[in-house]
Write a protein that binds this ligand. Structure first.
Ligand SMILES: C[S@@+](CC[C@H](N)C(=O)[O-])C[C@H]1O[C@@H](n2cnc3c(N)ncnc32)[C@H](O)[C@@H]1O
Length: 243
């Protein structure tokens, strides 16, 4: 059992923070179709509660979703029974042959398992490259350094409240998020807390690593019509057909 995206935060992410995945998926599907990838297996790394998996299934693809959080995978399995899901670290999973690999919502930035360092990013990019069919696509987004300083905020829904404090350490290229969740239980609210450490990557570092592995890379600020906030970058990496 991991200490991240436990039951309450997984629930809150699914009901209160679905926008990012739901707005990204149409743009990703459009890119796949434009590249003549109209069917086949998509491996969704850091699939969360299955929001993007559901959109990919609706568009006619098969989906294998991987996430380190058991609670996220529990929601995903119920939401999208047509897809396959596994609780595993994306840095350790064996990626099967597929037409596309996606990773939505800065999943590569998280330092949830110790192996997430520079070396491992290259290792995972290599295994994604090997798993993709020729002309297959690897589409994902990351979080960059962006002097956010220290910020606090909250969001609430019908039966939950989430409070957060984020602090960016520009020098260390790290962001720490302290997240407090309150979820209605009986006449009161149940409290839980998580601390997420996130490593920030310059877009140029990511492009360089993808390039070294053999991908043809484009970076953008949007998934189709969905423009990402400043500090986020989308990568569309293609496995060129002559390799
Ligand atoms: C911001 S959420 C995005 C979830 C989903 N893609 C979405 O857009 O709704 C980041 C996800 O990455 C997952 N994650 C972080 N590090 C991971 C790792 N090493 N292996 C697998 N999943 C990971 C988290 O558990 C979480 O579900």
């Amino acid at each position: 059992m991991t200490d991240y995206y436990k039951k309450d935060l997984a629930y809150i992410h699914d009901v209160g923070f679905s926008d990012f995945a739901l707005k990204s998926a149409p743009g990703i599907i459009e890119i796949l179709q434009q590249n003549n990838i109209k069917a086949g297996l998509i491996v969704d790394l850091g699939c969360g509660s299955g929001l993007s998996a559901q959109e990919f299934i609706k568009a006619g693809y098969q989906v294998l979703g991987i996430d380190i959080s058991e609670s996220m995978i529990e929601i995903a399995t119920k939401k999208v029974p047509e897809a396959e899901f596994k609780v595993e670290s994306l840095f350790e999973t064996k990626i099967p042959p597929c037409v596309a690999v996606t990773s939505i919502g800065e999943c590569f930035n998280y330092l949830f398992d110790e192996g997430n360092n520079n070396h491992n990013l290259t290792t995972i990019f290599k295994s994604i490259y090997r798993a993709l069919i020729s002309r297959g696509l690897f589409i994902f987004d990351i979080l960059e350094p962006f002097t956010r300083g220290k910020t606090q905020g909250f969001k609430e829904g019908e039966d939950w409240i989430v409070l957060y404090e984020k602090e960016e350490d520009r020098e260390q290229k790290k962001l720490t998020r302290r997240i407090i969740t309150l979820r209605k239980e009986g006449n009161g609210y149940k409290r839980d807390e998580e601390i997420h450490h996130v490593r920030l990557y310059e877009a140029s570092e990511i492009t360089e690593k993808l390039d070294q592995v053999g991908f043809q890379v484009q970076s953008k600020n949007n998934y189709g019509k969905f423009n990402l906030l400043q500090g986020h970058k989308v990568f569309i990496a293609s496995k060129s057909y002559n390799q």
